[in-house]
Design a protein. Structure first.
Length: 330
């Protein structure tokens, strides 16, 4: 039996290892990347545009690209629709993007076809698979082990060939505070991927979407995008403090506004607070959890939070420390 392929820590300390080969510097490197989004949010427009910009060597959302010849597997579209989109996205194709609308599933020769394509096209450093559902093995029941093994076949292929694979996927209908939990499927999507990009509708601004990105080789980033002239353009890049504020549930923001408007503290149970603030869509238990979870945010906004346990049940105690300026206009 062969032993481990070992390297000592002393050797590793001084080994010269090449930097991450970037397709989009600081955003998209080698490996497997999941690109999820809500239904009908124009994910395909976005990745098609990305492929064209990378082929041209043009900056994408302000990030430098390294020119290559992407392979775009647009498996839910027709050539006519792709041509129509191409006409809308650009007046001239600079560089080249190879496109196909059909390909086998992962358990039926997909990796072999990718291997052949990369061998014949040494500059094919970006592969976009749109969508994951169209390449999943028919035997993949969505369980963690099946999903993980299937995605790892793509990741290993990407790592072995120093390329980036972007897999377009859907968000679930259920909503979580953590945007990356919104991806449809098991947590294998997070475990097997090197990067995750999740598009969600911005409920506070209907014409915009929020892109949250994180990964093993990139700094987490949140971008606000607006669909204009068939392109998703960045209208705002949020820093860490702004990202934290954006993640706060609307119910917590509403409570903050309520305390500021009353200019006083408040005491009662969660059901009474829901009624007082007018949060018809939030269950009392959920509101109670949110207030405990985001108590640090509330404190920073000038609202103190505490719980008192009485014979009649749990009582929420909110106090006004200073003017809640951070809640203005939210």
């Amino acid at each position: 039996m062969a032993g481990f392929d070992l390297i000592s820590a002393k050797e590793l300390m001084f080994e010269v290892i090449p930097d991450v080969p970037w397709v989009i510097e600081g955003l998209l490197g080698t490996g497997l990347h999941i690109f999820g989004g809500d239904s009908k949010i124009s994910k395909s427009w976005l990745v098609y545009d990305m492929a064209l910009e990378v082929a041209h060597g043009q900056d994408f959302w302000g990030y430098k690209t390294n020119r290559c010849e992407p392979l775009y597997l647009s498996l839910e579209d027709t050539k006519r629709r792709l041509q129509d989109r191409l006409w809308e996205l650009t007046d001239e194709v600079c560089g080249d993007v190879k496109i196909t609308t059909s390909a086998p599933r992962l358990d039926n020769g997909r990796i072999d076809m990718l291997t052949e394509h990369v061998a014949e096209n040494e500059n094919a450093k970006l592969i976009i698979i749109d969508t994951y559902q169209r390449v999943r093995s028919l035997g993949n029941d969505g369980s963690y082990i099946n999903e993980y093994e299937e995605l790892m076949s793509l990741k290993n292929f990407a790592d072995e060939n120093d390329i980036s694979i972007v897999v377009v996927h859907h968000n679930s209908k259920q909503r979580y505070d953590d945007p990356f939990r919104n991806l449809l499927g098991s947590t294998a999507l997070q475990g097997a991927s090197d990067g995750m990009f999740v598009l969600t509708k911005d409920l506070k601004a209907p014409r915009t979407v929020v892109l949250n990105a994180t990964g093993r080789d990139i700094e987490s980033v949140t971008l606000k995008l607006q669909f204009s002239s068939h392109h998703w353009a960045v209208i705002e890049k949020l820093d860490a403090e702004e990202r934290e504020r954006e993640s706060v549930p609307q119910a917590v923001l509403s409570v903050c506004q309520f305390i500021k408007a009353t200019n006083a503290g408040w005491t009662g149970n969660a059901a009474e607070l829901v009624e007082a603030v007018g949060l018809d869509s939030v269950k009392p238990a959920v509101l109670g959890k949110y207030l405990a979870q985001y108590r640090t945010y509330l404190l920073g906004e000038g609202v103190s939070y505490a719980r008192e346990y009485t014979r009649s049940g749990n009582i929420i105690v909110l106090g006004l420390i200073t003017d809640c300026e951070g809640c203005e206009g939210k």
